[in-house]
Design a protein around this ligand. Sequence first.
Ligand SMILES: C[S@@+](CC[C@H](N)C(=O)[O-])C[C@H]1O[C@@H](n2cnc3c(N)ncnc32)[C@H](O)[C@@H]1O
Length: 434
Amino acid sequence: MATKYLVYMVQVHTNFRKAELESLAELYGIKSIDFTKHDEQSPFFLVELEGDQQARDWIKRSILTRGIYEYWGEGATLEELHENVQSQPFFEHYKDTYKNDSFKFEFESYKGTSKANRVKQIESFAYLDFRGKIDLKSAKQTYTLIEEYKPLSDNVPGTVPIHLYFGRLVQRSDRLAVEKYDLKKRPYKGTTSFEAELSLVSANIAQVKPGTIMYDPFAGTGSFLCAGGHYGALVVGSDIDGRMIRGKGAAQNINSNFRHYKENNRFLDVLTMDFTHNSLRSNLVIDTILCDPPYGIREAIKVLGAKDPQRFVGKENVEIDGQKAYLRRDYIPTKKPYSLDSLLDDLLQYASERLPIGGRLAFWMPTANDENIETIIPLHSNLELKYNCVQEFNKWSRRLLVYINRGPDFHGKTNHGSSRSRSNFRDRYFKNFN
Ligand SMILES: C[S@@+](CC[C@H](N)C(=O)[O-])C[C@H]1O[C@@H](n2cnc3c(N)ncnc32)[C@H](O)[C@@H]1O
């Protein structure tokens, strides 16, 4: 028989929440969840699951959730909640099941209240008649009273809860990882580093799996490599800019970040490489691609080649000290500018060739917020566009695009960079979107 659970979520990045929860449910083979009941306006989501193990699997990696609780009841007031808890068909069964377990009570409320008041609230649950020991350090069961408040106006929080839920804690989420990977505490970072919270969410929506290979072709300071490593993937990155890869010495490079997190066994390596001249061997299985391609704002979009090839005609055989110049260790190849649209076309094509069927490609794409310019999402006939989650800023936004490789039989829509791009994002950014 299905059991009712309460998912308690955070009210940030709410348009990424369903994508994260759906992706994690699919990753663990959980099919029973009715996502039509998920509401972006509410931090609560009631679901039915087979049992605690499913609930634990589902939520243990979630970033945009606080935790999942076995649902015991709810009410507009504490009195109503008590009546509701005792009227539930499962009440006697639950009471019996956990009767002799050690336990404690917790409160989820943004508002502090006196200890005496909390003790009074706990005592009002005396009818549960638990016989186990109260254990604040390692209780077997934790019962939680969650209070929901409604703001009185934009900046004025409510003072009295408008609704209360009561449940048994089954699994806390992975929100502590947001602190752990906070950029402020990271040894090696730079202007292109991606914030911890959304890089972890991206790894969840990309379904990065333990023991599989994740590749970030535009690794920079390695933010997505860290997120992938956190979820147990073996990560490999590349960047055309060798300075990013080298970092600032052994104590401040991508590898030092992995050592800092004690996850260096997940770090395969990083290569100085132009993604469009890719040297990863073609039979290497890349399970997931997760990245933040260059937008041309803080970093140039460059590929190997010459802007003016005529200048180099006849110079291929230049030698220095009897050695071909381009074979020397200090040779710096020429680079030429490239467009974001062409780079995204290359990325989709690469994903369609290299990901296994069902494998995910996830990347961030910037867009201007003008009403008169339609945002055209890159499409490839082998890839299903699964999610398009937008993070709004003032005059621009960026979106996480997530694709699933369905193979050549998918016959999806295709478009190419030249037909998508009416205006260059970089130019519009520097003209302040006027
Ligand atoms: C938006 S940044 C990625 C930042 C990265 N997520 C981080 O955590 O620092 C894009 C990166 O792409 C690199 N890049 C630009 N063109 C490239 C190319 N053709 N091949 C590989 N990397 C490239 C840039 O050097 C830059 O480091």
